[in-house]
Design a binder for this molecule. Structure first.
Ligand code: SF4
Ligand code: SF4
Length: 288
């Protein structure tokens, strides 16, 4: 049984979950590592349980039908992995966008869990939450991935100053970067994400020009912001670099109830129009 803690040594990070095999987190079959904690709070977040670190309030403990949760001597939450049925009742009960199933792991411990799948995967993608909140952990995990000839990808909300972290860039093969609203409209970006999004297109351009941008990604929900303007502005910054653009239809799955009631799903016409903007700039568009 593991007692969750919010303390983190530089090379450890809170891990929400590890998928040994995923075909939706970058090119090919990959292991995906989801870190806990995010500096954004997007209205359409599809994994709201990854946003904050557990505060050990204890609300979820009696909600666990399997008795897999308890309060430890130091007040931290104990999660019994063997007893857990992954029913998600704890996530639905948590009032703080957190999870009691987070483990504080070192890069070596993460690699040990991925080990059985290494013969079958092309690489590792670290996602979140926002993985760049833990750059020391990322650098060390990236080194371990390289030692095993695995590519190393990051999935980021774009808040990190990649250009200032040469060590991380040297070890990172590519980044998947979100453009969540118009970054030139700080008020809009803040309404959608809780962050003003300043400099995100500069970061996209930097990554694209250094051949470290795998794709830009925008979640499209009509009425939330003008996706035509966003995709147009973003495309202009990555023209001719070989990066692609993933256009993601907003879907209400996993989204917090109040947001799901307020957000609309896009129709095919809008998605095709956005793909056409990408094509006009010679950029491959992927609609999902
Ligand atoms: S997912 Fe949460 S509530 Fe469900 S069994 Fe596991 S710890 Fe308990
Ligand atoms: S996961 Fe949420 S409900 Fe459970 S102890 Fe942590 S903050 Fe409280």
């Amino acid at each position: 049984m593991e007692e969750r803690s919010v303390d983190s040594t530089p090379a450890r990070a809170p891990v929400n979950r590890i998928l040994r095999s995923s075909i939706v987190d970058g090119p090919g079959n990959r292991a995906a590592v989801f870190l806990q904690g995010c500096n954004f709070d997007c209205v359409y977040c599809h994994n709201p349980e990854t946003i904050t670190l557990c505060s050990s309030c204890g609300t979820c403990v009696p909600a666990c039908p399997a008795g897999a949760l308890s309060v430890g001597e130091s007040g931290g939450i104990l999660w019994n992995r063997d007893a857990c049925t992954l029913c998600d009742s704890c996530l639905k009960t948590c009032p703080h966008n957190s999870s009691p199933r987070v483990r504080l792991l070192s890069p070596k411990e993460v690699m040990a869990e991925i080990e059985p799948s290494i013969p079958f995967i092309r690489g590792i993608t670290v996602s979140g939450g926002e993985c760049t909140l833990y750059p020391d952990f990322l650098r060390e995990l990236g080194e371990l991935a390289r030692e095993r000839s695995l590519s190393f990808f990051l999935d980021s909300n774009g808040s990190y100053d990649f250009a200032a972290d040469r060590g991380l860039m040297e070890i990172t093969d590519s980044v998947m970067l979100d453009v969540k609203a118009d970054p030139e409209n700080g008020a809009e970006y803040r309404r959608v994400t809780g962050n003003d999004g300043k400099g995100i297109l500069d970061k996209a351009e930097y990554l694209a020009k250094t051949e470290k941008l795998y794709e830009l990604r925008t979640v499209v929900s009509p009425g939330l912001f003008d996706p035509v303007a966003v995709v147009e502005k973003a495309c202009r910054r990555i023209v001719g670099t070989g990066s692609r653009y993933k256009l993601i239809r907003y879907r209400p799955v996993g989204v917090r109830q109040e947001a799901a009631a307020a957000l609309a799903e896009p129709d095919d016409l809008l998605m095709e129009k956005l793909a056409g903007i990408c094509a006009g700039h010679g950029i491959e568009a992927v609609i999902v």
